[in-house]
Design a protein around this ligand. Structure first.
Ligand code: 3UK
Length: 507
């Protein structure tokens, strides 16, 4: 297992240790307008930590809400909070005042560090803890000004390996957001599982990608993983498929993290860019359709590393790379983690049976003051909300979210399987498949389809899509209803919001 000292501050291990390892002059973080060495990063972290302790008078265990798009300063703020023995509560850039208010209450936030550009939603709150703004050099009361006098090193606060250092909120597909708590040792544990065993990250890697640092997918992939091995991270905001390709080329990135839809959108544009630096592309956040894996391989020459992670577990726990990739499977448990499939009664099932995916490992779920903790963790196993199936060789195949399984005329139909079939059709850009309430069949398979440019909705196309699905998978799974639309509802992290499609179907 992974053994860490009882006294442990994850930032001392990740960043201060980098200097001791001789990486001080290496590039740590690159933003739109700046390039920081590891020494620069330590300097910024230490100055911010002094401000938190001396100017804001925060004490060990206080919680600091963080708001900012991906950039080096946002990264330094998160790490400074943890180095100062405080708890980081990063929030997604697009959250509105009402959602921030709930998080501030739920996490009992003591102070806020916020990028100037994102202040409006905080200003709209009736009640808010003290806020320090960053990113505006002319603001005499801002964080940048307060950092200037603090030139002396800051000694990492002597925390315990199992002191909480991060509260990460789930995207909340259902009403109240759930906070998940993670320890200092958890931060190191995720760096010591997926990166060395699956990704094989190294000192000369250049990491790039889209997930926000406020999402643990981005926090790990675009900050913690590169720091652990002395690599560098490119932190850019508002990336589009086109600008991400341009940035990969410009920065000679070697590792890319993003969601399946982003790869699908990048594939047709890839030929215009020199992507020869890229050696590993990681897809997570949603199921990876085979059509997307194929399109990206044709465009880039790379076989994607699929990985399932969750905010509750902190990062990726099932994945595969290189020769271990089995198309259609997410992969095998990442070394350090165990996985099994459970039936409705919580009994283990063998290969070929669909059930609930359960996970055990060095990281796991600790909900912040939430009764759902008892449902999520049983006997040390984390019960995800995902329906999975295992094969005889120990590969795990995603089927659907447990609550997204469509039951139509007695058949269980996994929406993603129908989506995967539709995505192979030349007219389909994106799609989402749901169960629409139906008197006769209980639920009816309904596809919501976004067409590629140059294709028009028509009855003939509806029939064409239905026939196309029937040719690939069992005919009873074909979408009896097909709706065309301009966009699909997605979360800030790129996940399809099927519950919104279902709610529309009820209107
Ligand atoms: C789904 C996937 C199929 C699955 C995340 C990497 O997505 C992350 O965390 P969230 O808490 O959502 C977790 C849920 O998302 N999912 C994620 N990856 C896959 N489904 N194939 C995949 N490869 O339903 C899971 O339960 O937002 C991803 C790293 C850190 C993360 N937090």
């Amino acid at each position: 297992g992974l053994q860490y000292p009882e006294r442990l501050n994850c930032v001392a291990e990740l960043v201060d240790a980098a200097i001791a390892k001789g990486w001080g002059e290496r590039t740590a973080l690159v933003g739109a307008n700046e390039r920081w060495t590891y020494r620069d990063l330590v300097d910024r972290i230490d100055r911010i930590a002094h401000v938190l302790r001396r100017d804001l008078k925060l004490v060990t265990g206080n919680r600091v809400l963080l708001r900012g798009a991906n950039c080096p300063m946002m990264a330094a703020c998160i790490l400074a909070v943890q180095k100062a023995g405080l708890i980081a509560v990063p929030t997604m850039p697009l959250l509105r005042a009402a959602e921030l208010g709930k998080i501030i209450d739920k996490a009992r936030v003591d102070a806020v560090l916020c990028a100037t550009a994102l202040r409006a939603e905080l200003d709209a709150l009736d009640q808010c803890p003290p806020v320090l703004l960053f990113g505006d050099q002319t603001d005499a009361q801002g964080l940048d000004a307060l950092m200037r006098p603090h030139g002396e090193p800051f000694d990492a606060v002597d925390t315990s390996a199992d002191d909480v250092c991060l509260i990460s909120f789930t995207s909340g597909t259902t009403g109240v957001p759930k906070g998940t708590m993670h320890f200092h040792r958890d931060v190191l544990a995720i760096c010591d599982c997926f990166p060395p065993h699956v990704l094989r990250s190294q000192v000369d890697d250049v990491f790039i990608g889209t997930p926000p640092l406020a999402f643990t997918f981005g926090l790990g992939g675009l900050l913690l993983f590169p720091l652990r091995v002395g690599a560098s991270a490119i932190l850019l905001e508002k990336l589009t498929p086109e600008s991400l390709l341009a940035a990969i080329e410009q920065h000679r990135a070697t590792v890319c993290f993003t969601a399946p839809t982003f790869y699908r959108q990048m594939a047709p544009l890839a030929a215009r860019h020199d992507l020869t630096s890229l050696t590993r592309t990681v897809s997570a956040g949603e199921a990876l359709p085979l059509a997307t894996r194929d399109a990206w391989r044709e465009a880039s020459g790379l076989d994607m590393i699929d990985g399932i992670g969750a905010t509750e577990i902190l990062h990726i726990f099932i994945s595969a790379a290189g020769a271990d990739i089995r198309p259609g499977a997410t992969g095998k448990p990442v070394p350090g983690y165990q996985a099994c499939i459970l039936d409705k009664d919580g009994k283990r099932v063998g290969p070929g049976v669909i059930g609930r995916l359960a996970i055990k490992g060095p990281t796991g779920c600790r909900y912040l003051a939430d009764p759902r903790q008892r449902e999520y963790v049983r006997d040390g196993w984390n019960l995800t909300g995902d329906a999975y199936e295992m094969d005889a060789d120990g590969y795990f195949y995603y089927r659907s979210r447990t609550d997204d399984m469509i039951i139509s005329a007695g058949y269980n139909i996994a929406g993603p399987e129908v989506e995967e079939a539709l995505l192979r059709h030349p007219a389909v850009a994106e799609c989402g498949v749901i169960g629409r309430p139906d008197e006769e069949r209980g639920q009816l398979v309904e596809a919501h389809v976004v067409l590629k440019a140059g294709f028009e909705p028509s009855d003939a196309l509806v029939c064409g899509l239905q026939d196309f699905v029937k040719q690939q998978i069992a005919p009873y799974k074909y979408p009896r209803s097909v709706k065309f639309r301009d966009t699909l509802p997605r979360t800030e992290t790129g996940k399809l919001q099927r519950f919104k499609l279902r709610a529309e179907a009820l209107e």
